[in-house]
Design a binder for this molecule. Structure first.
Ligand code: PMP
Length: 296
């Protein structure tokens, strides 16, 4: 991720990555009380462009509000810092990781008086690779939205993701697919999940998932192409007889799903709606098509 020439942004300064340290008593380190974003920049004919920077930074603000963590930078300032950090590291096609956290020594279970901001950038290929994935339904559920604000991108929620993903890989699968507390298909540990059946698409509604910015983009691109997309609850049984499935995320982009446990999708991914949308997504992020941002 970094070498001795890499710079990160920490609380107002661009400093060498290896000098970015925090207190052993930092509240975020002990309790996972922090929020983050995953954003991508692409080289486009118009130069380096961060895809949907505003939506990502609005979601960062939303996540901070959801847990009561102070964030002292506006969406515009965060966007500017991101472009500066990319330029200082000579990166164009890159992943951007802002982390809002509490660096001060604070061991009690109360919200901190001040927040800190770290931002790092690195080159990252497609997070889940480009081969269609063999998924398995995880024995771990997505966290109950009545216990934690699961629509916020809170660091602590990712213990659930790490456990589920490692468990799936330990059983020889590529990735986990998690259900919600009612047994409906929710999402992957770090990506949303879509199913194609009878020429239409469906995906889990908001509530127990992170409402991905890639997910929203894919819904828009599909509707533009005249494809019906429904956000609704569905059980794993509904995967039987489906044409295909795919996952979406900033880091993963759009990636095909070959199977979910013993349900194997016979149609090659290249012949599914998912592949068509993957191509439109790629054209959009690389600046071959105008990006229209929504309100997060
Ligand atoms: N769900 C989870 C749990 C994630 O971590 C991510 C990645 N941020 C996504 C979905 C996809 O979200 P986005 O498209 O905004 O990257």
């Amino acid at each position: 991720y970094f070498d001795n020439s890499t710079l990160v942004f920490l609380d107002g300064d661009f400093i060498p990555a290896e000098q970015a340290t925090c207190s052993a008593y930092a509240q975020s380190l002990h309790y996972g009380y922090a929020v983050f974003e995953g954003i991508r920049a692409y080289s486009t004919p118009q130069g380096t462009r961060i895809f949907k920077a505003r939506e990502h930074y609005e979601r960062l603000h939303y996540s901070c509000r959801a847990i009561g963590l102070p964030l002292n930078y506006s969406v515009e300032e965060l966007t500017e810092i991101s472009y500066d950090l990319l330029a200082k590291n000579n990166l164009s096609d890159a992943y951007i990781r802002p982390l809002a956290f509490a660096a001060t020594p604070h061991m009690t279970l109360t919200t901190p008086a001040a927040g800190n901001l770290l931002m790092a950038v690195w080159h990252w290929g497609k997070y889940l690779g480009s081969q269609s994935l063999r998924l398995t339904i995880s024995p771990y559920e997505r966290p109950n939205p009545k216990a934690v604000p699961i629509e916020a991108k809170v660091s602590g929620h990712y213990a659930n993701s790490i456990i589920a993903s490692s468990e799936a890989k330990g059983r020889g699968f590529d990735e986990a697919l998690l259900l919600d507390m009612n047994g409906y298909v929710a999402e992957g540990p770090g990506a949303n999940f879509f199913v194609e059946k009878d020429g239409e698409l469906f995906t889990a509604p908001g509530g127990s998932i992170l409402r991905g910015i890639t997910r929203n983009t894919i819904i828009d691109l599909a509707r533009e192409a005249g494809i019906t997309v429904t956000e609704r609850f569905f059980k794993p049984e509904e995967l039987r007889g489906a044409t295909g499935a795919f996952m979406t995320g900033t880091a993963a982009e759009v990636i095909g799903v070959a199977s979910v446990d013993d349900v194997v999708f016979d149609t090659p991914f290249e012949q599914t709606l998912g592949a068509h949308l993957a191509a439109s997504y790629s054209a959009l992020v690389t600046g071959q098509k105008e990006v229209v941002e929504a309100q997060f």
